[in-house]
Ligand binder design. Structure first.
Ligand code: NAD
Length: 509
C-alpha cells in the first residue's frame, strides 16, 4: 500500500491561519510556547502565554461577571448558549481543521468532536429551563420544605489535548446555563482551537448582550492551571487529564475547601463472550482500540475473551489491524493519524518492551511509520499483545494504541479481571446472552462509570453523564444530571402557619 504524502508544515500553518481568520482570530504571536502540529511534528508559530497580571485580571473579571450573570434568568442565559451553538454550526469545518492540525484527529472524528459541542449546546439550552429543585414533605404542619439550585461561581476548566474542544464545551455550555462564569486553561498542545472557541463565545455574548467576561481564556502551561487550582475565587475546578495531574489537583483544591470535578485516565476493557456476534465485535473493537490512534480516555486497552473463541477473534483482529490506513489525518482514506508527539511514540515503544519482558507476545503492529518523511512526528502501527496475566504494564494507562488480550473461562473470572485495575472509566461486553449482559451491568458486574453492551468502550453521546470511578476521579460531566456539580443546592424551610413548631418535636420556651 502506498502512503499519500503528508502536507508540509507551511501548508498546515496557512490552513490554520485561514481557519482562525474566518472565525475572527488573529493570534497574538510571541515566543513563550509554540503552536505545533503532530502531522509533521513541527512548530507552526510561536504564541504568547498569559502573564501573571493577565491571569489575575481574568479571574477578577470572571468573578465580577458572575455577580450579574447569576441573577440573569436561566432561560436568558440559555440564549447565549443557543447562539454559541449556531456559531459552532457555521464554523464546523474550520473548527474541525484546527482540531486535526493540532491534535492529529482524522477528519471524521474532528467533525464529530465539533458536532459533540453543538449537541451539548442544544442540551444546555433545554437545561436552562429545567434546573429543577424538589419539594419535600415537611414533618411539621403549615410548613413547606424545598430545595433551590443556585449558581456556584467561577468555574476553572483545565483540559487535555485529546478532546481539545469538546471537553471545554461540556463544561462551559452547562456552567453558563447554570449561571456560572468560566476561566479556561486549555492544554498547551492545543492553543489554536481554544482561541477559536473563545472568539466564538465572545461573539455569542456580543450578539445576545451577555457580559463578555462570562468566559475568559488563559493560554499557557500547567503553572496557570495551578493558579486556578489555588485561587479561592474559583468555586469549582473541573480538570480533565492524566491521573498524575488529578492526584496533584484534587488535594490542593480540597485543602482550600473548593470543589473539584476530576475526569482522569482510563484503562478500559471489553469482555467478549462465546455467544458474541463476532462481525459486530470486530468492528466495535477496532474502532475503540485503534481509533484516534488510541488517544481517547475511553480507548479500549484490554480485551478479555472467552478461551473458546480467543484464537478466532484474535486472527480476525490482527487481519483488520494489518489493513488499517495510517498517515495524513486530512486524507479521506486514513483511519489512524499521528500520536501527539515522538515522546508519545517512545512511551508506546517502552510499554511494548515492558509487555514482552512481562511475558506478552506482540501479535501485530508496534512499528513506527513515516519516520523518513516526518522524523519529528510520531506515527505508529496500532498493536495487539497477547498476555497470560494482568501484569503491571497492562494495569497502567499507556496513551497509545496498544490492545492487550487476555482469556477467561467463566464470566465471574472475566469480571474479576475486568475490575482488577486502578482505573474505572468505560467498559463493555459483547454477548447475545441476556443473562450475561445484565450480570455485567449489575452491581456485581463492571465497576466503571460507563458500561455498554454490544458496542465498544469509546464514543459516548452527550445525553448521558460521562465519567468514571477509582483513579478516573469520580466526576460526571455532560448530560443527565451532571449539571448539579455546577450549582449549589439550598434547602428552604418555609413556615406559613402562625405557630413555631420545632423539628423532631423539640420543645423550647
Ligand atoms: P495532562 O494531565 O498532561 O494535562 C491535562 C491538563 O492539565 C493540561 O492543560 C495541563 O497543562 C494541566 N496540568 C498538568 N498538571 C497540572 C497541575 N499540577 N495543576 C494544574 N494543571 C495541570 O493530560 P494530557 O496528556 O493532555 O491528556 C491525556 C490524559 O487525559 C489521559 O490520561 C486521558 O485518559 C485523560 N483524559 C481523560 C478524560 C476523561 O474524561 N476522563 C478525557 C480526556 C482525556
Amino acid at each position: 500500500m502506498t502512503t499519500p504524502a503528508l502536507p508540509t508544515t507551511e501548508a498546515l500553518r496557512d490552513r490554520a491561519l485561514d481557519s482562525l481568520r474566518r472565525v475572527g482570530v488573529t493570534p497574538d504571536q510571541g515566543d513563550d510556547f509554540p503552536a505545533r502540529t503532530p502531522i509533521t511534528g513541527e512548530d507552526l508559530f510561536g504564541l504568547a502565554a498569559a502573564t501573571e497580571a493577565e491571569t489575575e485580571e481574568a479571574l477578577e473579571a470572571a468573578r465580577r461577571a458572575f455577580l450579574t450573570w447569576r441573577s440573569t434568568p436561566a432561560p436568558r442565559r440559555g440564549e447565549l448558549v443557543r447562539r454559541l451553538g449556531e456559531l459552532l454550526r457555521d464554523h464546523k469545518s474550520d473548527l474541525a481543521d484546527l482540531i486535526t492540525i493540532e491534535a492529529g484527529k482524522i477528519r471524521s472524528e474532528a467533525l464529530g468532536e465539533v458536532q459533540e459541542m453543538i449537541d451539548i449546546c442544544d442540551f444546555a439550552v433545554g437545561l436552562s429551563r429545567q434546573l429543577y429543585g424538589r419539594t419535600i414533605a415537611s414533618e411539621r404542619p403549615g410548613h413547606r420544605l424545598a430545595e433551590t439550585w443556585h449558581p456556584l461561581g467561577v468555574v476553572g476548566v483545565i483540559s487535555a489535548f485529546n478532546f481539545p474542544a469538546a471537553v471545554w464545551s461540556w463544561n462551559t455550555a452547562v456552567a453558563l446555563a447554570c449561571g456560572d462564569t468560566v476561566v479556561w486553561k486549555p492544554s498547551e498542545l492545543t492553543p489554536l482551537i481554544s482561541l477559536a472557541c473563545d472568539r466564538l463565545l465572545a461573539q455569542a455574548a456580543e450578539d445576545t448582550g451577555a457580559p463578555r467576561d462570562v468566559h475568559r481564556l488563559l493560554l499557557g502551561d500547567r503553572a496557570i492551571g495551578e493558579r486556578l487550582v489555588d485561587d479561592p475565587r474559583v468555586a469549582l475546578v473541573s480538570a480533565t487529564g492524566s491521573t498524575r495531574m488529578g492526584r496533584e489537583v484534587g488535594p490542593r483544591v480540597a485543602a482550600r475547601f473548593g470543589r473539584s470535578l476530576l475526569e482522569l485516565g482510563g484503562n478500559n476493557a471489553a469482555v467478549v463472550a462465546p455467544s458474541a456476534d463476532l462481525d459486530l465485535a470486530v468492528q466495535g473493537i477496532v474502532f475503540a482500540a485503534a481509533g484516534t490512534a488510541g488517544q481517547r480516555c475511553t480507548t479500549l486497552r484490554r480485551l478479555i475473551v472467552h478461551r473458546d473463541i480467543a484464537d478466532t477473534l484474535v486472527d480476525r483482529l490482527t487481519a483488520a489491524y494489518r489493513k488499517l490506513p495510517i498517515g495524513d489525518p486530512f486524507d479521506e482514506g486514513t483511519l489512524v493519524g499521528p500520536l501527539i508527539s515522538t515522546q508519545a511514540l517512545e512511551t508506546m515503544r517502552g510499554a511494548l518492551d515492558r509487555a514482552r519482558a512481562e511475558g506478552g507476545t506482540l501479535l501485530v503492529g508496534g512499528e513506527r511509520r513515516l519516520a523518513d518523511t516526518a522524523p519529528r512526528a510520531g506515527y505508529a502501527e496500532p498493536a495487539i499483545v497477547r498476555v497470560d496475566a494482568q501484569t503491571p504494564v497492562v494495569r497502567e494507562e499507556t496513551f497509545a494504541p496498544i490492545l492487550y488480550v487476555l482469556t477467561y473461562d467463566t464470566l465471574e473470572e472475566a469480571i474479576a479481571l475486568h475490575n482488577d485495575v486502578p482505573q474505572g472509566l468505560s467498559s463493555s461486553i459483547f454477548t447475545r446472552d441476556q443473562q450475561e449482559a445484565e450480570y455485567f451491568l449489575s452491581a456485581e458486574g463492571s465497576d466503571c462509570g460507563i458500561a455498554n453492551v454490544n458496542i465498544g468502550t469509546s464514543g459516548a453521546e452527550i445525553g448521558g453523564a460521562f465519567g468514571g470511578e477509582k483513579e478516573t476521579g469520580g466526576g460526571r460531566e455532560s448530560g443527565s444530571d451532571a449539571w448539579r456539580a455546577y450549582m449549589r443546592p439550598a434547602t428552604n424551610t418555609i413556615n406559613y402557619s402562625s405557630s413555631l413548631a420545632l423539628a423532631q418535636n423539640v420543645s423550647f420556651l
